[in-house]
Design a protein around this ligand. Structure first.
Ligand code: PRP
Length: 176
């Protein structure tokens, strides 16, 4: 039973407090008259994006893209590919890529290269989690929720074989 191996890492109230701080920072950093697009990276970012968007006090638009870099397991293939693109053009817009976690950095390194070619006014990253111990590609995270050690974490959008994304807390799966 994997439920017996879940260990609380960051409780929901601490997550909500941190997301509120990030939303306030983003609200003050971007000029209110200029369009800001929150581009969520499916699937993991949907919970963080929903909370972050509501913690931002200026107008935003929302879009999603979906990359694939992992299979059902937890080992990276070392490459990312775009399996669902944004619906909208980003030319001339401030774009904030919203992620649940930066692990090896392969996904965001790829997305930053792809999206920067589309002439956005600015392009930056907001990630709920940062796991720097696993980094293979250098990624500049402008807004970071929490740094986590090299543990397999689930909850708040992050999954194990598709489950546990709906946990309001962040938990680690203990080794057996
Ligand atoms: C996870 C996560 C990031 C990526 C980070 O996505 O949501 O997109 O891996 O890893 P990286 O820094 O090593 O590239 P995943 O492919 O597991 O898909 P999911 O979001 O649908 O769970």
């Amino acid at each position: 039973m994997i439920e017996n191996r879940l260990q609380l890492i960051i409780p929901a109230d601490r997550i909500q407090q941190r997301v509120a701080e990030m939303g306030a920072q983003i609200s003050s950093d971007y000029p209110e008259a200029e369009p800001l697009l929150l581009a969520g990276v499916l699937k993991g970012a949907w919970v963080f994006l929903a909370d972050l968007a509501r913690a931002i006090s200026r107008p935003v638009t929302i879009d999603f893209l979906h990359t694939s870099s992992y299979g059902e397991g937890n080992t990276s293939s070392g490459e990312a590919k775009l399996v669902r693109d944004l619906d909208t053009s980003i030319e001339g817009m401030h774009v904030l890529l919203v992620e649940d976690i930066v692990d090896t950095g392969v996904t965001l390194d790829y997305l930053m290269r792809v999206l920067s070619q589309r002439r956005p006014r600015s392009l930056a990253i907001a990630s709920f989690l940062d796991k720097p111990s696993r980094r293979q590609r250098q990624v500049d995270i402008r807004y970071r929720g929490f740094e986590v050690p090299n543990q397999f974490v689930v909850g708040y959008g992050l999954d194990f074989a598709g489950s546990y994304r709906n946990l309001p807390d962040l938990c680690a799966i203990r080794e057996e």
